[in-house]
Design a protein around this ligand. Sequence first.
Ligand code: SAM
Length: 205
Amino acid sequence: MHHHEHHDHEHHHDHAKQPHPLDPARAARLDDASREAWFPTPRVIEALDVRSGHRVLDFGTGTARYALAVADAHADAQIVAYDVQDAMLDYARGKIVDAPPANLELIGTTFDAIAEHRFDRVMLFNVLHEIDFAHIQELRQVLKDDDAHMLVIDWNPDVEREVGPPAEHSLSLGEAQAMLVRAGFKTEVREDRQFPYHYVILARR
Ligand SMILES: C[S@@+](CC[C@H](N)C(=O)[O-])C[C@H]1O[C@@H](n2cnc3c(N)ncnc32)[C@H](O)[C@@H]1O
């Protein structure tokens, strides 16, 4: 007897869509000025909406480009920049060795160090496609309250582009939203033409 089973389940991604995190040997690309044309720092700062006294986590900070900009724009907020790759953080530390901002802390290797803290804002830029589902669940736990939000900006595989990871290593907007919702977040998609290659999602607890 032939039993045909219909698997009309959702495709759950428990593991990162991109098999390896960005190679630290390519860190310098993250600091390339050309990124401003399609990932403008002033817009990032605006969308993040940091207020006085806020604690901000930059998860997967890379070279800390955006963490540094936020720290600079908001002297009255505390920024924690975290990355799993020490080589990335070494690169970031090299940039601030002469004048380390008082309100920026670089933390590496283990998420445990920050998991007990709560944040008003979480930055997740070009990282969602590199992390496992378990990390997304952890990120919800570090959001302080219902007013807190995580700003997710990631590569859109559904637009024509010559920069960024290939489409097969990127999450579609639908996949990204589904993962966030599955982790318990409430999501709001922000239309933003200043990010022609990315989608922008505001995720709340
Ligand atoms: C494409 S880079 C983006 C860096 C930065 N957010 C930016 O937009 O300039 C992705 C970063 O996420 C980091 N990363 C990947 N998986 C991670 C994890 N599980 N925990 C923390 N950082 C992670 C990588 O080491 C890399 O530095």
